[in-house]
Design a protein around this ligand. Structure first.
Ligand SMILES: [Zn+2]
Length: 183
């Protein structure tokens, strides 16, 4: 969130393009907050991208000439994206993923922990905490909702550091009583 993840992805993809490497960029369909077929950073840098519902679709769209695959908002593609990235990398492709590693409660956002583990290189980019100005790696939700993700609601979050992040309490599951011997 506001940390420059997408901008960093775009920067790396553009460098590959300057290097005359064929690149393809994908993003989950649910992230249509700015534009359907482009990856756009908060500062309006943009790249043409292919929206997909599932990680495997990358294989259907993959051009045999492609050398670099970029994936934005990778945390929304589910656990299968790990295998897909591994398969692409094993074919010799460079795979660059940008994603959010924690949800708004500060919990690891699957499948990011798995992706981070198998990646050769990991760069953590930080936003600036809106409360104290220190580097921020968490998203404070300022619009209450039971959903884990509020897509396209950029103003529902603000960047906070560990110290200033206030996790919302996890809703307690109502006690389930199952009385088999009810009379
Ligand atoms: Zn702070």
């Amino acid at each position: 969130m506001f940390s420059g993840k997408t901008e960093e992805l775009i920067r790396r993809i553009k460098r590959a393009v300057y290097g005359k490497q064929k690149v393809q960029v994908f993003k989950p369909k649910l992230d249509n907050r700015y534009d359907d077929t482009q990856v756009v950073s908060h500062s309006q840098l943009r790249l043409v991208s292919t929206p997909i519902d599932r990680a495997e679709e990358i294989f259907y769209h993959l051009d045999p000439e492609t050398k670099v695959v970029g994936i934005d908002e990778v945390q929304f593609l589910g656990p299968d994206v790990v295998q897909v990235c591994e398969a692409l990398a094993s074919r010799g492709l460079r795979v660059i993923c940008a994603g959010l590693d924690q949800d708004y409660r500060g919990r690891p956002f699957e499948p990011m922990p798995q992706l981070l583990a198998v990646a050769e290189y990991v760069t953590k980019v930080h936003a600036i905490c809106v409360v104290c100005g220190n580097p921020a790696n968490r998203s404070q939700r300022i619009t209450p909702s039971p959903e884990r993700v509020l897509v396209g609601a950029a103003d529902a979050y603000e960047a906070r550091c560990r110290k200033c992040h206030v996790p919302e309490p996890v809703e307690a599951t109502p006690p389930q009583t199952l009385d088999l011997f009810e009379k």
